[in-house]
Design a protein around this ligand. Structure first.
Ligand code: FES
Ligand code: FES
Length: 167
């Protein structure tokens, strides 16, 4: 067994895990963060996507011990401190970008990182950005709409008006 330390959604967690424990299983079973979904468990579907030091990774392809000392954000960590939805979460809600919702946590993490790196993606960039996540319900059209809506909401939140308010 191995004792590891993870910073998950801003809180430090010490966990004792077997060497072969997947990060996805550690998050779900050891830490109770069941928002991270497991679909294929071999790196194809993207349902298990979380942010590792800000970058999206498939948590079913990483051993928990490999994540020792790193910062992880799961879907539970995307909302604000008062539980207010993030721009990406609001955009998915407004755009009806989900049906069964099984794939949604992975998409939310992927799109959060996508918009951080490219705040105003083109249609092609938005499609490319979510192409590593599989959704068997929606047909992706509303998901791509949600990416653009999230970009708008993020720009509104961080726009010049906020700068004015700070001054
Ligand atoms: S469960 Fe990890 S990629 Fe499918
Ligand atoms: S909403 Fe059902 S798999 Fe995407």
């Amino acid at each position: 067994m191995n004792e590891i330390t993870l910073t998950v959604n801003g809180s430090v967690a010490r966990v004792v895990v077997p060497a072969r424990r997947l990060l996805s299983d550690c998050l779900r079973h050891d830490l109770g963060l069941t928002g991270t979904h497991v679909g294929c468990e071999h790196g194809v579907c993207g349902c298990c996507t979380v942010l590792l030091d800000g970058d999206p990774i498939r948590s079913c392809l990483m051993l928990a011990v490999t994540a020792d000392g790193h910062e992880i954000t799961t879907v539970e960590g995307l909302a604000g401190p008062g539980g207010e939805l993030s721009p990406v979460q609001r955009a998915f809600h407004e755009s009806h970008a989900l049906q069964c919702g099984f794939c949604t946590p992975g998409f939310l993490c992927t799109v959060t990182a996508l918009l951080r790196d490219n705040p105003a993606p083109t249609e092609a960039e938005a499609l490319e950005g979510v192409s590593g996540n599989l959704c068997r319900c929606t047909g992706y059209q509303n998901i791509v709409k949600a990416v653009h809506r999230a970009a708008e909401l993020t720009a509104e939140e961080t726009g010049p008006d906020d700068d004015e308010a700070v001054r």
